[in-house]
Design a protein around this ligand. Structure first.
Ligand code: BGC
Length: 371
């Protein structure tokens, strides 16, 4: 694993904001906090530190929850928070991160719009020794990234793929089922993990002929959905339905997440007369959970954003205090500069039978929100 140097703990800006007039001198100390069991050298007061939180967009439901949870938990832990949304515009996100750095943020938590396009802002963070936690989506090709916190993305895809296998008993059937695939944003490193997790399980059935993809669109590049946009997924599925399923049933829609599943569900509602397919998703967005209850989406994968936020807040505190940072994966996520020490939270299968327990009993949604 690549060893990352964090020389963080009191940057000039933090020192200025915290100790002006206190007569306290500040030091910048290099520590390598990720290696397990290794003693860390520096302790810095975490209270009062400023944390920049860069989120991609308010348009997709989950990021609103992520941002709100992060803000609440960081403030409760005593930090000042600069939370920004970038309307899915990369340049806006770059400027927001630069502003966070200029305004004295001590740690940055970033859910990138495009993992490979934050170059300038990452260079600036690196030059000022500001630690960066990549939030949910890995930031690529930058050694400014100190840690990564996400859900087990490959497992999300496996849960979807295994669900399809089990529902149709693909192992034992002699039937052929039709399937169409809708994957995520090619600029989001997660999208390939979701696709591969599911397709590593399903491809053998395509090869055997148990699954037929009538559109012929199987490879990630052919099924990707830029920006995870519902409308794009919808219009692509409308084309496929009118050209390939005017007279035939579509049995399976493998959709990587809920925003793309929603597009597919909209296309089916407008254009499809056959028997309703199995549809997968991810996130348990409100609209999709409603569709699950109504039988229009078969399953989703619940990624409790409260769990991720708590984990990230813990990591922020550990970084600021010079403690060993809690990670549980040091092999999977190479961002092009080396493996980034990661914490992977557990994704959970959700459907109409367990959504109440997962989403309502746990206080994630109220019953009213799902009416
Ligand atoms: C997240 C998914 C989400 C997608 C679209 C991905 O990076 O991991 O949970 O559905 O972005 O927002």
């Amino acid at each position: 694993m690549k060893k990352k140097l964090l020389s963080v703990l009191l940057t000039g800006a933090m020192a200025a904001s915290m100790f002006v007039g206190c007569g306290t001198s500040t030091e910048t100390t290099d520590t390598a906090p990720a290696a397990e069991g290794e003693a860390t050298e520096t302790a810095a007061p975490a209270e009062g530190a400023k944390v920049g939180v860069a989120m991609p967009t308010k348009d997709l439901q989950r990021w609103n929850q992520d941002g709100a949870n992060m803000q609440k938990e960081l403030e409760a832990a005593g930090y000042e928070v600069d939370l920004q949304y970038a309307s899915n515009d990369v340049q806006t996100q770059v400027s927001q991160i630069e502003n966070m750095i200029n305004s004295g943020c001590n740690v940055l938590v970033i859910a990138a719009i495009e993992g490979s396009s934050l170059g300038e802002a990452m260079d600036m963070a690196a030059a000022q020794n500001i630690p960066v936690i990549a939030y949910d989506r890995l930031i690529m090709n930058s050694d400014a990234v100190s840690y990564y916190a996400t859900f087990d993305n490959y497992k999300v895809g496996q849960v979807q793929g295994q669900y399809i296998i089990d529902q149709l008993d693909l192992e034992n059937t002699s039937e052929t089922f039709t399937m169409e695939i809708t994957a995520g944003d090619p600029g989001d490193n997660n999208a390939g993990f979701f696709y591969n997790g599911a397709m590593d399980l399903l491809k053998p059935y395509i090869e055997k002929g148990t699954i037929e993809v009538k559109s012929g669109q199987v490879e990630f590049a052919d099924v990707a959905t830029p920006a995870w946009a519902t409308e794009t997924a919808q219009s692509r599925m409308e084309n496929i339905l009118s050209s390939k399923f005017a007279n035939d049933d579509l049995n399976i829609c493998l959709c990587s997440n809920d925003s793309t599943a929603l597009g597919v569900e909209n296309a089916l509602a407008a254009n499809y007369k056959g028997e309703y397919p199995i549809i997968t998703g991810q996130d348990c967005d409100i609209e999709n959970t409603k569709n699950m209850i109504a039988g229009k989406q078969s399953m989703s994968v619940f990624k409790d954003t409260r769990t991720l936020a708590s984990q990230v807040v813990k990591m922020v505190g550990q970084i600021l205090k010079g403690e060993t940072v809690d990670v549980n994966d040091e092999k999977t996520y190479d961002n092009g500069t080396g493996v980034i020490p990661s914490f992977l939270c557990e994704p959970v299968f959700a459907d109409k039978d367990n959504y109440k327990e997962l989403l309502i009993d746990s206080g994630y949604y109220t019953e009213d929100q799902l009416q």
